[in-house]
Design a protein around this ligand. Structure first.
Ligand code: TPP
Length: 1040
């Protein structure tokens, strides 16, 4: 392109623009009854003047389309020489009357009216320099001198303005480049916001002398508002935002913004472009002046420095291996005057060198911040509550509460350094702490007028909004322990048909929600009261976080107005839950409830699933009339203070309920699940097809949605690869699959030539990765990057590491390997090892213990007799550890244990959730006698809520798993001893059916088990208090 010349590319563009524009303005010309009295052919062409045919072309283009008012051109003194065109009035631009400019104009153009077309009432600002001021008196003196001899004048600017978005210009002068600020306040007679200034008053007085009639009154000013500070609630890092850009370009060389294949191949005009490449060492990074205009530089996404016009070189720190170098390049604004117009390529416009060698192989992301990108971004489920140390650069979201008609206002960003402000998806402009611009002018029409009315008579309350969203997401149960803070949620949920299940401890409520999440593939929900209600859930929430269970915790909170003022149960709950949850939000206004709950639900399920937390200050959950009665002013203090307090409270209440009952979308937001790329899957297909002795280690993540567990089972069977199943994936292959190997895992891993870690993590359960053979090829798949690579810097190294969903990956792998099966002798050989080991175990079960029953034999009997649809809940130490070896879950999602956090106390809650999800199934809790104590009171819940489960308690009057090592190592049994307590009577007391089983019952064991099964089928929760003796079965297993 050759701008402002008769180069055909440019004249074609002008022609098509004029073809649209001129027919619109033609009827608006003065001669045709409209307000247009003159048309300017070009602006300051004299400062550019690259083509003598150009101005005649523009003039003709205007005339031929019917422009018939006065034509003029406009230049500064220098430009007058070559800015004009024959038959068109020349005019001049100036600020001070120096150099005899007007006389020069008269000399250039005798016998023509004299016109100062741009009288510069002030001047624009550029970043980092001081704000321009042109004294009012000086301006008045010049304007008077112009007018006195009868010269005409047009003021530029009369009214200051804002360029908005990225449309600020830039000045290029003698090789320097200076971007202008977004505000075009200009020290003009009317300010950016339309306020009258001294200049305005002076000019008005002056002009009135040239006017015979009295001037009309000045219009009154626009109303302004000071809104409450915006609290930044959510954060999404730049790196997370990249998935919402157009497809990145892979290119050997850097490509500038304008040449990127984005926007239907029209390139990128404004915003930012991210260039990423791999470096293998540190050293001197030099921009060769090819950064246009400013780049933030990152190594492995850690900020290391800035490259711009002034700083073109700095040292990159050394580091090991391959590292990602990222340059986030900002187009700071396009030059809008002078000869540099054509030199306006942005981004990286040439090579960047590291130690004098040009960098190659870039991945280039266009971040032009256009509305579509912003729309995708704001709907993303990746937004998180703002971490204590948020990662920069990033996107931050907050809410501005606008009650009543929106008004013009200003935005100030104290403490922020540099960025761009978007309002309701529109780009307001840049801010930068270096100044001189300190605020951004925000016109009222940019804000959502909405209704935002506060309906003071409505009986509705925020609990109803919570319930509506939950119902729309298919939530069937809310687990709780009641408290006044949350009553409205519970009552509204029940009204909408969501079952409220109240437990005897808040931890149980959360454990139950966790079980629902795992078994139903949706989000489990618990609601607890403020303060102690919430602190009681901490263990269970942490457990869900480590088990990657999508859980929504709803908590009460002190009233918005009273937080931090000593209200009942008011503690900093957000700080408590931020480290435990993927997303934490505190609702600040009733109308935000729906979107906050929808977001929380989507975030819980996206990426690596996990718990999310929302606190509801009590005043967001009760109806207006009750809240205003409670918090309104009863006896306001007298005088001005009283007025202020009343106004404050009134305003606060109005904001709290503004727009509360407008119709809102309650439907689910999209859930984002990371997936392996085609290339990664292809690479794995090749690796597996070459393997002779592959092994799959399936972890809990393999049971997550969206892939049905039956499909995963079919995929595994088609692959024919021996599998070890852990966590929630136990039972995935049914009870007796030839592919399911249960014993000798470390021997198998030593021999395997390929190991697929499908959602399995190299933590303590795999000896931190040390059990993996260094010669094996290792494919690791995990949704969470940290888990995916855990200890890979120390003990193992993945051949392919995939951040993606394990279940979907297995399906694609088996599809790609259709027809190929693993050599059969390999699983057969592992299975033979299983058979031998299990025979030995069996013999151990037949041995008599010194007293009571052999726990292994009891577990074998239960395993034989339990129903095929049974779900097993594991809560304990040694007894449960033995059960994990002996009992065979019959299918996927039939085994529930705490997971990596390994907390005791999950039994009651897990069983409650399981029984509610699968009322037809037999739910067995395998308890240690110690562990039972945490949740035995939930027998009361099982009775009240008609959720009959069977508890099998291995009663050895001991916290055995601890004693097993404490006694031999430290020589004391202190704190490990318990009593052979009558737990069966406790169950009876809570309305269940308890049975004591001792050695004398050995022969009747089957009958007693069957009786318990019958009892539960008839609706009574049962507890089998089995007195057990000691075995050495678990010696050597982990016990801390
Ligand atoms: C909340 C919690 N507290 C303590 C522990 C430590 N711990 C692990 S196993 C265990 C003993 C469990 O005893 P019991 O439930 O009686 O089962 P047993 O080992 O006797 O079969 C203890 C105390 C834990 N994991 N979680």
């Amino acid at each position: 392109m050759k701008l402002r010349t008769t180069y055909p590319g440019f004249t074609e563009a002008v022609n098509s623009f004029f073809d649209t524009l001129i027919p619109i303005i033609k009827p608006l010309q003065f001669k045709e009854g409209g307000p247009i009295i003159a048309v300017q052919v070009e602006n300051e062409y004299g400062s550019y003047a690259k083509d003598e045919h150009y101005m005649p072309f523009i003039k003709e283009a205007l005339l031929s389309r019917g422009t018939n008012e006065l034509l003029l051109t406009s230049d500064n003194r220098e430009g007058l020489k070559c800015g004009g065109v024959d038959g068109v009035l020349k005019t001049v631009n100036l600020q001070r009357l120096a150099y005899g400019t007007i006389q020069y104009l008269a000399y250039m153009q005798p016998q023509k009216p004299l016109l100062v077309m741009e009288y510069w009432s002030g001047w624009f600002d550029v970043w980092s320099e001081s704000h321009h001021v042109f004294p009012a008196e000086d301006m008045l003196a010049v304007v008077s001198q112009i007018l006195e001899p009868g010269v005409s004048i047009n003021l530029y600017m009369f009214h200051g303005g804002t360029s908005f978005g990225f449309m600020n210009g830039a000045v290029a002068n003698l090789g320097t480049y200076k971007p202008q600020v977004g505000s075009y306040d200009y020290d003009a007679p009317l300010s950016e916001a339309g306020d009258y200034t001294t200049k305005y008053q002076l000019l008005r007085n002056l002009f009135s002398q040239f006017h015979s009639e009295k001037l009309p009154e000045v219009p009154s000013l626009q109303a302004r508002r000071v809104y409450e500070p915006v609290i930044i609630q959510q954060h999404l890092s730049l790196w997370e935002s990249l998935q919402f850009t157009e497809k990145p370009l892979k290119s050997e060389e850097p490509v500038n913004m304008e040449n990127l294949p984005v926007n239907s191949n029209n390139g990128q005009s404004y915003g930012y472009t991210l260039y990423e490449t791999t470096i293998r060492r540190g050293g001197l990074l030099n921009s060769k002046k090819n950064v246009k205009d400013r780049a933030l530089v990152f190594v492995d996404r850690h900020f290391v420095g800035v490259l711009d016009y002034k700083s073109v070189e700095f040292a990159l720190p050394d580091g090991k291996g391959e590292r990602t170098l990222s340059l986030l390049v900002e187009n700071c604004g396009r030059v809008n005057y002078g000869k540099a117009l054509d030199d306006q390529r942005k981004g990286l416009v040439g090579d960047i060198v590291l130690n004098h060698v040009p960098l190659k192989d870039f991945t280039i992301y266009c971040l032009d911040m256009k509305p579509n990108f912003l729309k995708r971004l704001s709907a993303a489920s990746q937004w998180n509550s703002v971490p204590q140390k948020p990662s920069f650069p990033g996107f931050f979201q907050g809410m501005l509460y606008v009650d009543g008609h929106p008004r013009d206002t200003f935005i100030r960003l104290p403490g922020w350094s540099k960025g761009v402000v978007f309002i309701n998806g529109q780009n307001l402009g840049r801010h930068w702490s270096i100044g001189p611009q300190k605020t951004l002018y925000l016109p009222g029409p940019w804000l959502k007028s909405g209704n935002n009315q506060t309906e003071t008579q409505s009986p509705r309350h925020g609990g109803e909004s919570v319930a509506e969203v939950l119902r729309a997401h298919g939530v069937k149960f809310v687990f709780t322990l009641v408290g006044g803070h949350i009553s409205p949620i519970l009552v509204a949920c029940e009204k909408l048909g969501i079952r409220i299940v109240d437990t005897r401890h808040e931890a149980t409520a959360v454990f139950a929600a966790d079980a629902v999440a795992r078994l139903s593939g949706t989000v489990g929900v618990a609601a607890v009261t403020a303060g102690p209600g919430l602190t009681n859930t901490v263990t269970a929430v942490k457990n869900a976080q480590m088990a990657e269970s999508p859980l929504l915790l709803l908590g009460g909170a002190a009233a918005t107005l009273l937080q931090g003022r000593g209200a009942l149960q008011d503690i900093d709950q957000m700080s408590l839950f931020k480290p435990l949850c993927k997303f934490c939000a505190s609702v600040r206004s009733v109308k935000d409830i729906a979107i906050t709950v929808r977001k929380a639900l989507a975030i819980a399920q996206s990426g690596t699933p996990g718990p999310v937390f929302i606190e509801f200050p009590i005043d967001t959950l009760y109806p207006f009339h009750l809240v205003s009665k409670e918090f309104g002013v009863k006896n306001p203090p007298k005088g001005i203070m009283g007025k202020v307090v009343t106004w404050y409270l009134h305003n606060h209440l109005k904001n709290l309920f503004a727009g509360a009952w407008e119709t809102r979308d309650v439907s689910p937001l999209p859930v984002h699940i990371p997936q392996a790329t085609d290339n990664q899957v292809q690479k794995c297909i090749e690796l597996v097809s070459r393997a002779k002795k592959p092994v799959i280690l399936l972890g809990s993540q393999a049971t997550l949605p969206p892939t049905p567990t039956d499909d995963i089972r079919a995929a595994l069977e088609s692959l024919g690869i021996p599998c070890f199943l852990g966590g929630m994936s136990r039972g995935m292959l049914g009870r007796n699959s030839p592919l399911h190997i249960r014993q000798n895992r470390s021997d198998a891993l030593k021999e395997a030539d390929l190991v697929l870690l499908a959602g399995t993590v190299c933590d303590f359960r795999l000896s931190y990765g040390r059990v993996l053979n260094r010669r094996s090829r290792i494919i690791a798949v995990n949704r969470d990057k940290t888990q995916l690579l855990k200890n890979s810097d120390m003990f193992w190294k993945p051949t392919v590491a995939i951040q993606g969903d394990a279940g979907s990956f297995l399906l694609r792998l088996s599809k790609g390997l259709k027809g190929h099966t693993c050599p059969e002798d390999w699983p057969q050989c592992l299975k033979a090892g299983d058979v031998t080991k299990e025979k030995a175990n069996r013999r151990k079960a037949d041995e008599k213990t010194d007293r009571h029953l052999n726990p292994l034999s009891v577990l074998h009997r239960v395993d034989e007799l339990m129903a095929d649809d049974s779900i097993i809940v594991a809560d304990g130490g040694d007894f449960v550890g033995s059960a994990a070896y002996i009992m065979r879950p019959r299918g996927p999602l039939r085994w529930l244990d705490p997971g990596a956090f390994g907390t005791l106390g999950v039994g009651g809650g897990f069983a409650l959730g399981a029984k509610l999800c699968r009322p037809e199934s037999e739910v067995w809790i395998i308890y240690g006698d110690g562990s039972l104590g945490y949740s035995v009171a939930e027998f009361d819940t099982f009775t009240r809520h008609k959720t009959p489960v069977i508890a099998l308690v291995g009663n050895d009057a001991c916290w055995s798993q601890i004693a097993r090592e404490q006694v031999p190592i430290l020589g004391s049994n202190v704190a490990c001893g318990l009593a052979f307590t009558d737990y069966h009577i406790v169950a009876d007391g809570y309305g269940g059916k308890g049975t004591l089983i001792g050695r004398e019952d050995e022969d009747k064991l089957d009958g007693i088990i069957k009786e318990a099964q019958k009892e539960t089928r008839q609706g009574r929760a049962t507890l089998l208090n089995v007195l057990i003796g000691k075995t050495n079965f678990r010696d050597g297993s982990i016990s801390v």
